[in-house]
Design a binder for this molecule. Structure first.
Ligand SMILES: Nc1ncnc2c1ncn2[C@@H]1O[C@H](COP(=O)(O)OP(=O)(O)O)[C@@H](O)[C@H]1O
Ligand SMILES: [Mg+2]
Length: 287
């Protein structure tokens, strides 16, 4: 579906989307005039293209004092894919591997071999809410998808090599290109060695904490396991402790970190009857 849509987009429409992308942090709906300026497409043409994109559900148009355009989730995803293709990072789109409320995942061929593209669908309420509101004001919701993708890419980049996470290859728009992991979600398998797996994940979380990263959504749904290993995935809401600006933010981050660990311990307790002393949380927090 995405691949067919991709082929049907004309060059001029990609240029118009360039114009929206460039300005989406500054305008909720980017004025035709600004798109025309940045895409070097005449205004009346921009208008026509925008309306075409809206018919295809790739853009939203809004007439206020001026006509403006914004992406839809689908439009932004297609455009992000286009940017990967333009950089020769992605050479072929494969099958859809999954689609949930928060993301759409595709298999693809990349410069690095088989890979995964994750298109972010939601903007997480930012941890740095107060600051961001002040900085950015009223944003279109697709901007928040870009921020989620950036946050995930940055966390993966920081962690890869130190913690078992998919290797991140690139970030464009709302899309993150990463290593394909051949494994299943923890909740789908019955482990023979639950204690080993839990201990392993706890050590990874300790390493993450030492690097200053809190996952923020650690659970049996975001841990992949196979006979070859264990991986932690899904980092759009990760918190980087090094970017926090107050003791209050730090305290909130530590609360999230503790909640992550409690979720993890609860899952192993409930599923495997594994009882682990909750003091392990304090121990990791002191690392
Ligand atoms: N790098 C990857 N390799 C293989 N499968 C992945 C990868 N990343 C995500 N998936 C699959 O896609 C699902 C959703 O990805 P995830 O990052 O958890 O996003 P969401 O926020 O939608 O939960 C995962 O549960 C997993 O099955
Ligand atoms: Mg997930």
């Amino acid at each position: 579906m995405l691949a067919e849509k991709f082929k049907s987009v004309r060059e001029v429409a990609w240029r118009v989307m360039d114009g929206i992308f460039k300005n989406m942090w500054d305008y909720k709906f980017v004025p035709v005039e600004i798109i025309a300026r940045d895409s070097k497409v005449e205004e009346h043409k921009v208008e026509r293209v925008l309306k075409g994109l809206a018919d295809e559900k790739l853009a939203e148009v809004k007439q206020t004092e001026y006509l403006g355009g914004a992406f839809t989730f689908l439009g932004l995803s297609l455009y992000s894919l286009h940017r990967f293709v333009r950089r020769d990072f992605v050479t072929m789109l494969g099958k859809k591997m999954g689609e949930g409320k928060e993301s759409m995942i595709y298999n693809c061929m990349s410069k690095w071999g088989e890979a995964v593209i994750k298109f972010h669908k939601v903007g997480y309420p930012s941890f740095k809410k107060v600051r961001e509101k002040r900085d950015y004001g009223d944003l279109h919701y697709t901007v928040l998808m870009v921020r989620s993708a950036r946050n995930e890419f940055n966390a993966l980049k920081k962690l890869h090599g130190r913690v078992s996470v998919p290797k991140p290859y690139g970030w464009e728009g709302n899309a993150v290109l990463m290593e394909l992991i051949d494994a299943k979600e923890l909740y789908k398998v019955r482990l023979e060695n639950p204690k080993d797996v839990l201990d392993y994940v706890l050590e990874e979380v300790r390493e993450m904490w030492k690097l200053g990263i809190v996952h923020g959504d650690l659970s049996q749904f975001n841990i992949l396991v196979s006979p070859e290993g264990v991986w932690i995935i899904d980092f759009p809401q990760a918190i980087d402790l090094n970017e926090l600006e107050s003791d209050e933010e730090l305290k909130m981050a530590e609360e999230v970190f503790r909640r992550d660990l409690r979720n993890l311990l609860n899952y192993f307790k409930k599923t495997y009857g594994l009882k682990v002393d909750e003091r392990v949380i304090d121990d990791i927090a002191r690392s």
